[in-house]
Design a binder for this molecule. Structure first.
Ligand SMILES: NC(=O)c1ccc[n+]([C@@H]2O[C@H](COP(=O)([O-])OP(=O)(O)OC[C@H]3O[C@@H](n4cnc5c(N)ncnc54)[C@H](OP(=O)(O)O)[C@@H]3O)[C@@H](O)[C@H]2O)c1
Length: 295
């Protein structure tokens, strides 16, 4: 099957297209939150998308909004806790689109559970969904991108992938892994036409806080609007398509906190534990404020 025209190529008599016009995009986690907002923005800018999620009803609702914006969209219901299914998704999308110009590895699942209660299956699922599947999707698309000497890989990690959060060891491990993978990927592809970008969201107002299978979050502060984060990701993609822009993007900008953690790890650990203890004491009548700190 022949794919759409190369991104940015003008149609007869039409105004100069933006860089996303006709861009072939694979977007995971498109059924909700940041991904749903991003799908709509990419559609409005003329991208041709394959959208992935698990909840087919929500995914189709997002796809319908994209189609109403005039953009071709197809959907794939895939559970990315299975990395083999993730690789198959990438191969299917590349075949359907005739190649992928931009992949946004946005799907992610929370795992808020202290290590004392964390199971091997919790760890496997979280690493598979948040790290191994994005990596396998990228590997499956890489040959095609290298052959055409163009492509953009956007990995959505987390502030928890730069500075760990109490009671989220599995989630943070998966997001740290995605950061390390992305850094090395960027270096290995430095001399190619394939651009790698890392998104580091802070606290964003999405369903991720209420998904079943996780303990309540300690954090109860301000939340960024998902549309604002999606706007930021669009700007990153537009720059990357013209091979400009930085590698890493904190949305919102929490880089100073991550830098404090790197510079003062013992202070960061003590402060994070004190914050979590205070939050638990205020919500859990059973908690013991005199409990000795963990050594
Ligand atoms: N919200 C925040 O505060 C925050 C902070 C830092 C980083 N992030 C990261 O931002 C990204 C987007 O999260 P969000 O806040 O938009 O969360 P969300 O509203 O919960 O949406 C998560 C998306 O990922 C998909 N997904 C989750 N597990 C999946 C699986 N096993 N297989 C396939 N798809 C799966 C969901 O699909 P279904 O709904 O169809 O299951 C949904 O489309 C994630 O990588 C998240 O870790 C978010």
């Amino acid at each position: 099957m022949s794919g759409p025209s190369a991104p940015g190529s003008p149609g007869p008599g039409s105004p100069a297209p933006g860089p996303l016009q006709g861009a072939r995009v694979l977007l995971t986690g498109a059924s909700a939150g940041i991904g749903a907002e991003l799908a709509l923005r990419l559609a409005q800018l003329g991208a041709v998308q394959v959208l992935c999620g698990r909840d087919s009803g929500k995914l189709e609702a997002v796809a319908d909004r994209c189609r109403a914006a005039g953009a071709p969209v197809t959907t794939r219901v895939v559970d990315l806790s299975d990395p083999d299914a993730a690789e198959a998704l990438a191969r299917d999308a590349a075949e359907e689109l005739g190649g992928v110009d931009v992949v946004v590895n946005n799907a992610g699942a929370p795992m808020r559970r202290r290590v004392q209660r964390l199971t091997a299956e919790d760890l496997r699922r979280t690493m598979a969904t948040n790290f191994e599947s994005p990596a396998r999707i990228t590997l499956a698309l890489l040959d095609g991108m290298l052959r055409s000497d163009r492509g953009v890989v956007v990995n959505v990690s987390s502030f928890g992938g730069r500075a760990a959060i109490p009671a989220e060891a599995a989630y943070c491990a998966s997001k740290f892994a995605l950061c390390g993978w992305s850094e090395s990927l960027a270096m290995d592809l430095w001399h190619t036409g394939v651009e790698v970008r890392l998104i580091v969201p802070g606290a964003v107002d999405t369903d991720i806080w209420d998904r079943p299978g996780s303990d309540p979050a300690h954090y109860s502060g301000d939340l960024e609007a998902p549309g604002t984060v999606a706007d930021g990701i669009v700007a990153v993609i537009v720059d990357a398509l013209s091979r400009t822009g930085r590698f890493e993007h904190y949305l919102p900008d929490l880089q100073a906190v991550a830098e404090f953690k790197t510079a003062s790890i013992d202070d960061y650990l003590a402060g994070a534990v004190a914050f979590a203890d205070a939050q638990e004491a205020s919500t859990d009548p059973e908690s013991d404020p005199e409990a000795p700190p963990r050594s």
